[in-house]
Write a protein that binds this ligand. Structure first.
Ligand code: PHE
Ligand code: ZN
Length: 876
């Protein structure tokens, strides 16, 4: 680990590799306290490369034991290794390079490269982990055919896996064995994977459209074998979906997924051998919530879809990360939409984008979907690259229409199969296949920040005229912004609640904006009243829409609009307005004011509840207030205490005024029969828990007993955890007993215990900070397990504003201490968690000084390059 000032790496400096590596042979011998990696590379100087250029190999913290060229030791004077890069001089144009190194997987807590997780060996190579295993041109534009031999003790590691197909196996001395795998598809090193362990397997088969049989294997610890069915079902559904929607088939005989407990991210798309965080693959009704089931489906889909969007066609360099991630997130979003409710899925995705990505755009970490420079690429696995990147692909889908979009992806996968390419290449295919001019659209990739779209409507000579004005606020390093090409899906509603006919004969259209200001006329055919505009339907562009809706218009849209997003957005606007008004009401008067606000909202909420049977999930979304963080993010300054007080007062008033309806919703959505993770049931459970949460806010006297029974009798984790959370967060009688009972019941299930930690870390209020201290000292807390660290510290910083931002600064001190400790164990996770401090510039002065002081204190001793980059940007 070295300190901060890692040099900036710039897109503009990209240079093609000096040499090809047509073949890579790895021989990995695993032992208890070290591993020996012997690598044979066939090297070929590229025809267009500078003949004088040295061959440079990445390699971090490797102990080099042997270096041979074409079978002969290479003279020491002809190479240099500085701990990060191996430069070899005078190599022939074509040669075979052999290196032998040793590494220490059992000491690897950073979880990149080769490491151990609960007694098994596994790897994580994206983005730059492979260089911690062997010397290699560790960059995505070097594609090679891999052959991998793994050797280990047979009794403890009966299972030896790598990419592709097993082609040979055998035994050797001392009870050891080996297996050789061959991957026929050339791939960059970041897609390499290896697993050695003693795992159980759920096996199944899939018949591709062209009639090939693929063996599907999902591996986990034997105790988790009963938690793999949902992942298997999701995998088969994803394979069928990609054939149907994109015409893309799987291309190997085996598809493997391995669940590991120690993982920095969600999952990894290694060719033929995905490695998953247990949290994204294990699912069982008793231990997994509805959200957990849906996460498994979407992540399994996501990693599977990468087989084409990422693996067959990969990225030229890491600036193009969104080429694979934006496209693949778009694909997994559509998959989940098709498997469940499209309208609900869209709202959930928009909610994440607006609650997490928009704030990223507003803060010191703002960056374009295709960044121009970075220090540590690990820090750029962001919501901007992933979720905003997906929105850019979605806009292309909107602009082209489904058919031409598919023609574009067909062309892209055909033309670039087996290549490492750029986001420009993707856009070229879209333009070529559709005949559309997407030149201006490219700006979306290079320009950071959330565009604002101000819309005004008025009547002029019998026409309704809509005027659009767009601008993007400056972001760090990008003061001036250009207008963007954006699709605005729109409908106009007449007073009768029906859509009006538009000039093109339809009742819904997509306007394509390209200029800073543009107007559109819609004939009203003699009608005198201005229609109510339904703008940005489906959230057709990732922008901040500024339109001065009246309260009446919002109620109207909530009641009549047939676009799920637009109704939800109307509800969100009503809630924001109500909470904002309550913020200025002093002291105790806030209760009475909240009752007025609730009374004004009540008719609309009643109507939503009355229609809830049609789509309970959508109703639950409509009835849920924006989070405290989301509310605070819209204020000029983060006023966490004010927002908490106002939001809770409003929730209490809504809870009381609609009390009998909430009890009714609770009864109506109590499901009989066994738990099923299907959309209809998930929706009813979420409406039920939404009702319970309002009753809790209202202080309903019957609730504590009711929740305790629900907690004790639940046959599924959604109900059990939902009840526990309300008991604990509202300090209801029985809360402590329930927490103890939960820990006794689930002490052996890590993913469930993560929830137990999170429930406690998210109790609102400053007093939670001492609880968090206790949780960090709990015997079940482990700094080496990212899931557990996120369950406590991530939950505190991202989901508990009144504790994290406590006026004393105690939350900041606690968090900064924790980041420092974590950084010594796992720099990637520490840096990601530091992002939670990126709202610093929006804090009121006193808190800004406290957080700034805590973070500066952290930088007084050398920290990892990952953490340093994030802290320096936040403090800049
Ligand atoms: N490429 C992975 C995905 O999005 C994410 C990941 C990145 C995992 C880096 C590990 C390390 O599917
Ligand atoms: Zn991905």
């Amino acid at each position: 680990m070295r300190d901060g000032q890692a040099d900036l790496i710039r897109l503009a400096d990209y240079q093609a590799p000096v040499f090809h590596v047509p073949r890579t042979s790895l021989d990995v011998a695993l032992y208890d306290d070290y591993s020996r990696v012997t690598t044979t590379l066939e090297l070929e100087r590229r025809a267009d490369a500078d003949p004088a250029a040295d061959y440079v190999f990445d390699g971090v913290e490797l102990a080099l034991c042997r270096l041979e060229v074409d079978g002969q030791p290479w003279p020491k004077a002809q190479y240099d290794y500085d701990g990060e890069r191996l430069v070899i001089r005078g190599l022939p144009e074509r040669c075979t390079l052999l290196t032998e190194v040793t590494i220490k997987p059992h000491l690897n807590t950073a979880l990149e490269g080769l490491y151990m997780s609960r007694g098994m060996f596994c790897t994580q190579c994206e983005a730059e982990g492979f260089r911690r295993i062997t010397f290699y041109p560790d960059r995505p534009d070097v594609l090679s055919r891999f052959v991998t031999t793994i050797r280990a003790d047979k009794a403890r590691f009966p299972l030896l896996l790598s990419n592709g197909n097993p082609v040979a196996r055998g035994e050797e001395a001392d009870g050891r064995h080996w297996v050789t795998w061959e991957d026929p598809h050339p791939k960059p090193s970041y897609l390499f994977a290896l697993v050695a362990g003693d795992l159980a397997c759920l096996e199944d088969q899939y018949q591709t459209g062209s009639g090939r049989t693929v063996s599907l294997q999902i591996y986990a610890e034997p105790r988790d074998l009963d938690k793999l069915d949902h992942a298997m079902r999701s995998l088969k559904a994803a394979m069928a979906w990609d054939e149907r929607v994109y015409g893309l088939e799987y291309d190997l005989d085996i598809y493997m997924i391995v669940a590991v407990s120690h993982f920095n991210m969600g999952a990894m798309e290694n060719k033929g051998l995905n490695i998953f965080n247990t949290a994204c693959v294990l699912a069982h009704p008793a231990t997994t919530t509805d959200a957990g089931f849906q996460r498994v489906e979407s992540v399994v889909g996501h990693e599977y879809f990468h087989n084409w969007s990422g693996n067959r066609v990969t990225c030229r360099d890491w600036f193009q990360l969104s080429l694979k991630e934006g496209l693949t997130v778009f694909r997994d979003q559509c998959f989940s939409a098709d498997m469940n409710s499209a309208a609900v899925k869209r709202v959930e995705d928009v909610d994440v984008l607006r609650a997490v990505q928009f704030p990223e755009d507003q803060g010191p970490m703002a960056h374009p979907v295709r960044p121009a420079a970075y220090q540590k690429i690990d820090n750029f696995y962001t919501v901007t690259i992933y979720e905003k990147g997906a929105e850019l692909v979605r806009m292309q889908h909107e602009l082209l229409g489904a058919e031409r979009f598919r023609a574009g992806t067909d062309l892209y996968f055909r033309r670039f199969d087996g290549q490492a390419v750029t986001t420009d290449d993707f856009l070229d295919c879209m333009a070529e296949a559709s005949g559309l001019d997407l030149q201006q659209f490219r700006r979306w990739y290079d320009q950071a920040g959330t565009p604002h779209l101000a819309v005004q409507g008025h009547i002029e000579q019998g026409d309704y005229v809509l005027t659009f004005r767009q601008w993007t606020p400056p972001t760090p390093g990008q003061p001036d912004k250009q207008p963007l090409m954006m699709p605005v899906r729109l409908a106009l509603f007449g007073a009768d609640g029906q859509r009006l006919p538009l000039p093109d004969g339809s009742t819904e259209t997509v306007l394509v904006l390209t200029q800073e200001e543009q107007s559109f006329r819609f004939p009203l055919h003699g009608q005198k009243e201005a229609p109510v505009p339904s703008l940005l339907r489906g959230f057709s562009a990732p922008v901040e829409l500024d339109y001065a809706f009246t309260t009446e218009q919002l109620h109207f849209l909530l009641a009549h609009d047939d676009d799920g997003y637009s109704r939800w957005d109307a509800a969100q606007r009503l809630y924001h307005a109500a909470v904002t008004r309550l913020l200025s009401v002093p002291g105790e008067a806030v209760r009475a004011a909240a009752e007025d606000e609730a009374a004004a909202l009540a008719p609309a909420l009643r109507q939503v509840l009355a229609r809830a049977d049609d789509d309970a999930a959508a109703a639950a979304l409509l009835l849920t207030l924006p989070s405290e963080q989301a509310l605070a993010d819209r204020l000029p300054e983060l006023d966490v205490d004010g927002v908490h007080r106002a939001r809770e007062a409003l929730r209490a008033a809504i809870g009381e005024q609609l009390s009998s309806l909430w009890w009714q919703a609770e009864q109506n959505n109590t499901l009989a029969g066994p738990y099923r993770p299907v959309a209809a049931d998930i929706g009813r459970r979420s409406l039920r828990h939404c009702a319970l949460a309002y009753l809790a806010a209202a202080g309903d006297a019957r609730l504590a007993g009711h929740l305790t029974v629900l907690f004790q009798q639940a046959d599924n984790m959604t109900d059990q955890l939902g009840a526990l959370r309300l008991l604990v967060h509202y300090g209801l009688p029985g809360a402590d007993e329930a927490l103890d009972a939960f820990a006794r019941q689930w002490h052996d299930e890590a993913l469930v215990m993560d929830q137990w930690f999170t429930v406690q870390a998210t109790v609102p209020g400053e007093t939670t900070l001492s609880r968090v201290q206790a949780l960090l000292a709990h015997e079940g807390f482990d700094w080496r397990v990212p899931n557990r660290v996120r369950a406590v510290l991530g939950a505190l910083a991202n989901a508990n504003p009144t504790a994290f931002h406590a006026a004393s600064g105690e939350g900041y001190r606690l968090y900064a201490d924790a980041l420092g400790r974590l950084d010594a164990v796992n720099p990637q996770v520490a840096a990601r968690m530091a992002n939670a401090c990126a709202r610093l510039p929006r804090l009121p002065e006193g808190r800004r000084a406290l957080l700034g002081g805590a973070l500066r204190g952290l930088l007084k001793v050398p920290r990892s390059a990952n953490l340093t980059e994030v802290l320096e940007r936040i403090l800049a």
